[in-house]
Write a protein that binds this ligand. Structure first.
Ligand SMILES: [Mn+2]
Length: 285
């Protein structure tokens, strides 16, 4: 297999990223750029809330690093990496472009991803299930039709709110403000999304939205959440053999930096910083 980039660059079959929130001060764009530079993938999923449309309207925060993230993704798309963009609630303006392509990026409401070992995963942002989470207890008694009605009502309600410039109502934001209830909310959210995978006959679900990275088995299905690039820096990746993994890039970077410091303190076996290594291994353009 031929791979571009540096020798030790890990290669994934699929990379799943969500909740980058470009356009906000909290977005850790530099960390993401670093991650994108050091990894390649055959296919990339952008699982919603990639940029923050609501905040852009109130206060524009768009440093160069945010442009660089977009550029890095578009470059990958240009090189032939299929990128599937599944809009979330913060970048829901992209939901007007469902079914279209731009710069090699395809916009979809949700998608089915089949891993190299044949498992079927539902890929969705997850915000549409907020309302189900909130009403999980009594919805269980009402069944399928009420469930679908609730989903529709939630979408309609938010569309209405938008008309008078209100913010998208989000249960996760509401829950975060109520710290005591948040833990409960996360558990409910995870089980509602796992149920959705069961309903669709999938082996698992890959989502985002609540900024809580996870990879676990819930009943008969796998629940994977990409996490975010605001509070943490996490991604879900699929290895060439179909193995899925949750990567905590902030933690990995911390560990790598600690090792580097220790090496340089010891003197022997010190490695040059990544930037210098690049200069040595890469031929001049
Ligand atoms: Mn969201």
């Amino acid at each position: 297999m031929t791979r571009t980039g540096t020798l030790k660059q890990p290669h994934f079959r699929t990379l799943f990223l969500s909740d980058i929130h470009l356009g906000t001060r909290g977005c850790q764009a530099e960390m993401l750029l670093d991650f994108l530079e050091r990894h390649t993938a055959d296919k990339i999923y952008l699982v919603g809330d990639i940029f923050d449309g609501w905040r852009l309207r109130r206060g524009w925060h768009w440093p160069q690093a945010h442009n660089n993230v977009i550029e890095a993704l578009l470059t990958k798309a240009h090189q032939g990496v299929p990128i599937i963009y599944i809009p979330g609630n913060h970048d829901e303006v992209m939901r007007n472009y469902i079914g279209t392509h731009f710069g090699g990026i395809e916009v979809k409401t949700s998608d089915e991803h089949v891993t190299a070992d044949g498992r079927r995963f539902l890929v969705t942002h997850g915000d549409q299930f907020d309302v189900v989470v909130m009403n999980a207890k009594w919805l269980a008694y009402l069944g399928d039709r009420a469930y679908n009605l609730m989903l529709m009502a939630n979408t309609g309600y938010n569309r209405l709110r938008r008309l008078w410039g209100g913010q998208y109502w989000s249960l996760s934001n509401w829950a975060k403000q109520q710290v005591k209830r948040a833990v409960n909310f996360i558990g409910e959210y995870e089980s509602v999304l796992a149920d959705e995978a069961v309903r669709g006959g999938f082996d698992g679900i890959i989502c985002g939205h609540i900024h809580k990275a996870a990879m676990e088995e819930l009943g008969d299905v796998a629940y994977l959440n990409c996490g975010d690039w605001v509070e943490s820096c996490t991604a879900i990746v699929e290895h060439p053999d179909g193995r899925l993994q949750l990567i905590d890039w902030a933690r990995k970077t911390r560990v790598a930096n600690r090792l580097k410091r220790r090496r340089s303190r010891d003197g022997s076996g010190a490695q040059p910083p990544a930037a210098e290594r690049k200069k040595i291994t890469e031929p001049a353009p």
